[in-house]
Design a protein around this ligand. Structure first.
Ligand SMILES: [Cu+2]
Length: 204
């Protein structure tokens, strides 16, 4: 009986965490799919639980590129920057609130930096101009990045809140547009954004 009650409690708890199955589609002005848009849903009621993501908080340098091109981390996260190249890199960001500089470091060395401000850090290398990456620092667990299809599934979103779309080439203040929405507690929900991109395109 005790085991049954425990199972029942677990079931009820899972029910309490119900949320809509939210898919967000991002297109450009001509209707073409936009890849590498970061979509967040921020509940109006706020977020109380600590935010953790399943992917590594890491931007490697390999073959004179940053990998990944776009990294999403929770505010307060420490991001590692391992250098897997034979050459030295000098990684920096001049983005307001997320300025940092990791001076020349070489093969198999790692530097790290803790991101304490919600926002975007545009990351570059002082030596290799073509190296570019973006670190998106968020205060919500409901976040994802659009694939080549222009779509992303946002986990756990429910209730009133703000949907926000950011893209490196988005023509808007802060590179982002947003709108208020209210999501049902269950069922499949689709939201679409048609955004204006600067020439130069759809990301990476
Ligand atoms: Cu470099």
């Amino acid at each position: 009986m005790r085991a049954l009650l425990t199972a029942l409690a677990a079931l009820l708890f899972a029910g309490g965490a119900a949320a809509a199955d939210l898919t967000v589609r991002v297109t450009d002005a001509s209707g073409a799919a936009v890849e590498n848009a970061v979509v967040t849903f921020t509940p109006a009621a706020g977020v109380s639980a600590p935010i953790r993501f399943s992917w590594p908080y890491q931007v490697a340098q390999q073959n004179l590129q940053f990998d990944p091109y776009i990294l999403i981390v929770p505010v307060g996260a420490t991001v590692r920057f391992p250098n897997l190249d034979r050459v030295r890199h000098h990684v920096y960001s001049f983005s307001e609130g997320n300025r940092f500089e990791l001076e020349l470091f070489g093969r198999d060395e790692t530097r790290s930096y803790r991101f304490t401000q919600v926002g975007v850090a545009a990351v570059g290398c002082n030596i290799h101009d073509q190296m570019q990456a973006y670190i998106i620092v968020v205060d919500t667990p409901h976040v994802g990045r659009t694939t080549a299809s222009g779509a992303v599934v946002i986990p756990g979103a429910v209730g009133a809140g703000t949907l926000r779309v950011w893209h490196p080439n988005l023509r808007a203040r802060g590179g982002a547009v947003s709108r208020a929405t209210t999501l049902p507690a269950s069922g499949a929900v689709q939201e679409t954004f048609a955004v204006q991109l600067r020439a130069g395109g759809h990301g990476h």
